[in-house]
Design a protein around this ligand. Structure first.
Ligand code: NAI
Ligand code: MG
Length: 354
């Protein structure tokens, strides 16, 4: 079990260190190697995704990433920006499936802007296709054209999916649902977009391979409304790149706790990149106050999806629930009466439960 650890920038090194401590406390043998990605890599080598990092990431079974970026690099030329490193590694590793859970622990129900009865106990998983759709389809561009009797600027993008692209992301969603509450909601816009009619047709075909999982379909505009109105109706939601971009951000904000949300991006063989959903938080970097739980929960996802260690993943998730129940809170989730702790102490609390 080879893990490439990429702490990155800002709070990245602080939160990754806690996830590494948790992994090292398990009865499993990992080979871990650290490398540079993002701004720190630009500083050291001029390249946000240096060749040494590429070698390690390609040879590993899984990548654990903190976060990249910060104001220092905002004025750098595009090819030396930290985000370039992220795009580069996602593309090189062929990560087509993005899994983003939105979980609201009962202890944190007040962190949401929605009423506690609407969101308390929320546990949904958004599965977003990451390498196709209108974001990458050709042709695309802005050019001068004669349209409606006028020589004018014309902007265009192309939405397309092959049936094999749709099938492989649907299978990820159904496989995930099998380990959860066995319901998949496939989101499309088949009433307007032919491309997503194909999406729905293929979803039905794949659904037939999974008789023990219930499949439903929803139009994306309705899905956006239902996520706010009654989010607990969902178990796994699966959708294309663009709809998934929007719905996964909407779902994550139902919880109000950015420091608690993990993510996974998988390739065809369940090799994966695991990272918190938040960024490098330059405003609190180096202060030892960042919440490490999103990164620790990302490590749990790594055990579930890449290493097939469901029981160990649940042990980690159970330990996180327990420390919340014990009252431990970093600043981002603090409420009066609770025990305010820093990054390292939160890691200590999880280790103590484990
Ligand atoms: P951010 O997620 O870094 O921070 C937003 C707010 O949430 C800040 O107030 C921050 O202090 C707080 N926060 C985030 N994570 C936290 C944690 N674990 N514990 C406690 N508080 C936490 O987003 P922002 O400010 O928009 O971006 C900052 C930098 O991060 C930028 O350079 C951006 O490009 C980069 N970024 C990197 C991402 C990645 O590496 N995947 C994703 C998003 C942003
Ligand atoms: Mg987004």
């Amino acid at each position: 079990m080879k893990i490439c650890v990429l702490p990155g920038d800002g709070i990245g090194p602080e939160i990754t260190a806690e996830a590494v401590r948790v992994l090292n406390a398990l009865d499993l043998k990992f080979e871990m190697e650290e490398a540079l990605l993002g701004g720190c890599a630009v500083d050291a080598t001029g390249n946000p995704y240096p060749e040494a990092t590429q070698k390690l990431a390609q040879a590993a079974d899984a990548v654990l990433l903190g976060a990249v970026g910060g104001p220092k690099w905002d004025s750098y030329p595009r090819e030396q920006r930290p985000e370039r490193g992220l795009l580069g590694i996602r593309k090189q590793l062929g990560l087509f499936a993005n899994l983003r859970p939105a979980i609201l622990y009962p202890e944190l129900a007040n962190a949401s802007t929605l009423k506690p009865e609407v969101v308390a106990g929320l546990d949904i998983l958004i599965v977003r296709e990451l390498t196709g759709d209108i974001y990458f389809g050709q042709p695309r561009g802005i050019e001068m054209r004669d349209v409606d009797g006028k020589h004018q600027r014309f902007g265009f993008n192309t939405m397309h999916y092959t049936e094999s692209e749709i099938r492989r992301i649907l299978r990820v969603a159904f496989d995930a649902a099998k380990k959860r509450n066995k319901r998949v909601c496939s989101v499309d816009k088949m009433n307007v977009l032919e491309c997503t009619q194909l999406w729905r047709d293929v979803a039905i075909e794949v659904g037939a391979e999974y008789p023990d999982v219930e499949l439903s379909h929803m139009l994306v505009d309705n899905a956006a409304m239902q996520l706010v109105k009654n989010p607990k109706q969902f178990d796994v939601m699966v959708t294309g790149n663009m709809f998934g971009d929007i719905l996964s951000d909407e779902a994550s904000m139902l919880t109000g706790s950015i420091g608690m949300l993990p993510s996974a991006s998988l390739d065809e063989n369940n090799k994966g990149l695991y990272e918190p959903s938040h960024g490098s938080a330059p405003d609190i970097a180096g202060k030892g106050v960042a919440n490490p739980l999103a990164t620790i929960l990302s490590a749990a996802m790594m055990l579930r999806y890449t290493f097939n260690q469901e029981a160990v993943a649940q042990r980690i998730e159970g330990a996180v629930k327990k420390v919340l129940a014990q009252g431990f809170r970093t600043g981002d989730i603090y409420e009066s009466g609770m025990k305010r702790v820093g990054t390292r102490e939160m890691g200590d609390a999880v280790l103590a439960v484990l």
